[in-house]
Write a protein that binds this ligand. Structure first.
Ligand SMILES: [Zn+2]
Length: 254
């Protein structure tokens, strides 16, 4: 019987956050420069908004995790810190998706919600316009929908889902350290029309949940061995992080 292909474990060496050291400062690639300029057109303060959110929430979320998991990074004299940094640029798997897109396509992609609203708005006007001739409205709607169709062919969401790696932030479990990618957060928050602050908080919580579930010590001061963590089923590691992310988000909703 054909068996389903096993997904690579969480710490598979092909995963960008399985590196033994943090990626060093490197020159921005062409696609990163392109994306940074476009993001700055829409919101020159985006990086600052992501940084401010991290500063505001870092300690609060760590407290929530400690309470929820009953895990500690500090037990007696043994203390472990998980440094966190907001970095420019895109993680490798996301850069590969952006690389083939030209500037015009990328600009339209970053305005996907606006294009959808425009098309719906034009259709609404054509139906309810007091003017008898709606030919121009229909023509404009066709142009916008043609752009939308072109963007749909790129299947961004499907490509992102197929990566199976954290790409908005990452927990480098061998270092250990967390990186948050503000440009990736900008890209996704714009295409999905969500608040960058809200997305940053969830990403931060998710990566901290990875770090605490891995490095935190339980009541007997035991912790997850790094090699065992690396070879664990990715669904289990991600499931744990997601469980705590959702639990804490729900508790803070109301
Ligand atoms: Zn994750």
């Amino acid at each position: 019987m054909p068996s389903e292909k096993q997904p690579a474990p969480f710490g598979d060496h092909n995963h960008h956050y399985a590196a033994h050291s943090l990626p060093g400062n490197r020159k921005q690639s062409e696609e990163e420069r392109k994306l940074e300029a476009l993001l700055a057109d829409f919101d020159p303060k985006l990086e600052e908004r992501v940084s401010r959110t991290i500063r505001q929430w870092n300690n609060i979320l760590r407290d929530y995790l400690r309470t929820e998991m009953a895990f500690r990074l500090t037990v007696g004299d043994d203390s472990e810190s998980i440094p966190m940094k907001i970095v420019p640029g895109l993680p490798r798997p996301l850069a590969a998706i952006i690389q083939p897109l030209d500037t015009t396509t990328l600009r339209l992609m970053l305005n996907l919600p606006l294009l959808n609203t425009t098309a719906d708005g034009l259709a609404f006007l054509a139906r309810h316009s007091p003017e008898p001739d709606t030919t121009q409205l229909a023509a404009a709607e066709r142009i916008v929908r043609a752009h939308l169709q072109q963007l749909q062919r790129i299947e961004l969401q499907k490509q992102l889902a197929a990566i199976h790696q954290d790409i908005l932030g990452a927990y480098f479990f061998r270092v250990p350290a967390i990186q948050i990618y503000w440009m990736a957060i900008g890209l996704i928050s714009r295409t999905l029309n969500i608040d960058p602050e809200a997305l940053t908080t969830v990403v931060l919580l998710h990566e901290l949940a990875h770090a605490y579930s891995h490095r935190g010590r339980d009541i007997d001061a035991n912790r997850w061995d790094v090699n065992a963590f690396a070879s664990a089923d990715i669904h289990i590691v991600e499931g744990i992080a997601q469980y705590y992310t959702e639990t804490i988000c729900k508790k803070n909703e109301g």
